[in-house]
Each structure stands twice: as C-alpha cells, then as structure tokens.
Write a protein that binds this ligand. Structure first.
Ligand code: 8OZ
Length: 365
C-alpha cells in the first residue's frame, strides 16, 4: 500500500497553537539514557536532534523537572543552568536546520529507585503503593520499592517544579514543552485508582484524581502560555503497572477540563504504549478527540498509510512516530520517497555513547 505523497496531509504544514510545523510528522519522545553527570544533555545530543530536524515537530526525550523527578539512569533534566546550557546547543542546532522542538517534562513518581534519588531517598507517589516491575539504575535493573505518599505542601512544590522547568525550557530555546501525563508516571499515578488511594482532595472521585493534572497544566500554561504547552496521555496503557477501574469517564473528564487551558495539542497514546492498539477494545479514542477542542496528535504503531488515512479522515491533526525515528533520521524524506525503513538495534536504545545514536545515516548518506 502506498500513499499519494502529492496530496497527503502528512507533508502539509500546520500550526499547533504557537508551534509552526513544516509537516504533520512528529518525532515522539524517546528515552535514550545518554546524559552526562549533572543530568546534562551530552554534546552529541545536538547532532542527534539536528539529524531529525525535518520532523514537523521534535518532542525531546523525557526530561526531569527536579532531581527527585528522576527514575532512570542517565536521563537529562531541565532545571539547572548547566542543563539549560546543554539544551541550548540542541535547540540552536535544530532551529538552524529549520526544525521545531519542545521538551517533554516529567516526574516519574514511584517509577524510580532510591539509588536514583537525591540522598538515596524513597521515591514519592500519590500513595504508598509499590509498583510491579523494575527500575533501570546505573548498575542494572532493581525491583521497585514502596514509595512515600506526598504531603499536601509537597504537592504544591512539585507543581512549582513543573512551572520552573517550563520557564527554564524557554530560556534553553525550546519552542514549548510537552507535559508527560502518560505511561504510569506521577501525573498518571494521580489520575488512576490503581495507584491513587488518597483520602484527601487529591484522591477518590474523578474530580479529585484530576486535580493534580489540572494544577500542573495550570502552572505550566501560566508560566509559558497554553499555546506553547502540549500534554501526553495514555488512558489505557498498562505500562509501569498503570491501571484504572473505569478509564472512560476519568479521561473524558480530564480532556473536557483541559479545554480551558487552550493547549497547543493533546498527544494521545492509543492502546498499550509501543504495543497493541486494541489493548482495551471498547475504549473510544475518537470520543476523546471529539471532546477536545484543540489539536489532536495521535501516537502508537502508525505506519504511513494509517497516518495518512487518519489525517484525511479528520481523526488526528498530526501523527507521532517513535521507534522509526531512531534508525531513520530523515524519516520524513523516506516516507515521502516511499523508501523502506531501516530498523534500529535495541541493544543501543538506552545508555552508551554515540553508537546507535548519531550514526544511523540518512538515505543520501
Ligand atoms: C522507555 C524507557 C524509559 C522511559 C515512557 C519515558 O514510558 C518513557 C520511557 C520509555 O514514557
């Protein structure tokens, strides 16, 4: 199956809020775990992202908003001057190639390990519920441990950390930020009743479980503007032990409530992250798309034909591609040329140096 590249909306420009995209092909956030001490992006991150600048929009790898927000070895931050300086070379290199780039801001919550926390502290979460699974530490995989439930005044400080990191992101030259509300990290932990057992006004009802999300989105949009803020959600993904007893009304309320922030876009992981699109067969992503008044970015297992069809049928405004961007820096040109795609080596997805990072060639070498 082929797409008609002359008429395909994939290759047509668009705007998502204040973000100008040369095409509708978005580079999804990809954790690569190659930051330097101080959680500073390595210099070759500028090469890596610039190689991918023909994407309509680059969403950076997940980037912590504070030292306590970290849950994987060698992920970068965006809250110190040194980190901002590192990111500045990345954004300058992408802009020099005509690209647009936002930073994905996260707090991992309970998906962490004391060895990754300041002072070896217990990770924090809405509630003291230990997630199943293992943390990726500097010395290998370690089982997750019981997190400590955040106190109310600490919740306020985490919200402030998101706003601070967003302001730092603008200083670093990013065109905006994407708030990571997906994949079982802190915001998602508050949303879903599998991880949120609080009895205060951050837990229990749907109104209460969405409170932290809305506070973070409110603080970030106040800091840098809604038109430069995106949000990623994953209503049915099971990754990182995320689960909810009734996700449809929860995420409907969340998306309805997001309309007031006039976000640049909503980035939706449809199905199980990196896995089955029909993971929760009855779940209606189209209904969420219709509830949301802004731009809808779809993600998860799209190929060019699916992407072209979704755009033509009005089911999305842009499509995010993840893994294909690892081995195909010029993914946009390859899709346009109908060229076969290269496959990436999973051994170099996470950690290490420039091998498997900046050495995947473009078609024309
Ligand atoms: C894969 C490996 C490490 C982190 C996510 C940021 O799940 C991630 C991630 C994915 O969103």
């Amino acid at each position: 199956m082929f797409i008609d590249v002359v008429t395909s909306p994939l290759f047509q420009p668009t705007r998502l809020g204040a973000l100008a995209l040369a095409n509708r092909i978005v580079m999804a956030p990809l954790t690569r775990s190659r930051a330097l001490p101080g959680d500073v992006p390595r210099p070759s991150a500028a090469v890596y992202y610039a190689q991918r600048a023909s994407a309509g929009l680059i969403i950076s790898e997940a980037t912590q908003v504070s030292d306590a927000a970290k849950g994987y070895a060698w992920t970068p931050g965006c809250y110190t001057d040194e980190q901002v300086a590192g990111w500045r070379s990345v954004t300058d290199a992408v802009h020099a190639r005509g690209g647009t780039i936002v930073v994905q801001l996260w707090h991992v919550g309970r998906i962490s390990h004391p060895s990754l926390q300041p002072g070896g502290a217990q990770p924090v979460a809405p509630s003291a519920v230990t997630p199943r699974g293992q943390a990726f530490t500097e010395t290998g995989f370690e089982p997750h441990e019981e997190p400590r439930a955040l106190e109310r005044d600490e919740i306020r400080r985490v919200v402030d950390d998101f706003a601070h990191a967003a302001a730092m992101a603008r200083r670093a030259g990013f065109d905006g930020v994407e708030i990571h509300g997906a994949n079982g990290y802190l915001i998602d932990q508050f949303l879903r009743d599998g991880s949120n057992r609080r009895t205060d006004d951050y837990g229990g009802s749907i109104e209460n479980r969405t409170r932290f999300l809305f506070e973070v989105v409110g603080a970030v949009t106040q800091a840098i503007g809604g038109d430069r803020t995106g949000l990623r959600l994953s209503p049915v993904t099971p990754v990182n032990d995320a689960h909810d007893s009734d996700p449809a009304p929860l995420f409907r309320h969340a998306v309805e409530g997001l309309n007031r922030f006039e976000l640049a876009y909503l980035h939706m992981i449809e199905g199980a992250t990196g896995g089955a699109r029909n993971h929760a067969p009855g779940f209606d992503f189209g209904a969420l798309r219709r509830v949301f008044k802004g731009a809808y970015m779809a993600n998860n297992g799209y190929n060019s034909v699916m992407a072209d069809t979704a755009l033509r049928e009005g089911r999305a405004d842009a499509i995010a591609f993840g893994r294909p961007f690892i081995a195909n820096p010029d993914l946009v040109e390859r899709l346009k040329a109908g060229m076969p795609l290269a496959t990436a080596d999973p051994a170099t997805f996470y950690g290490g140096g420039d091998e498997g990072y900046t050495d995947y060639p473009a078609m024309d070498g």
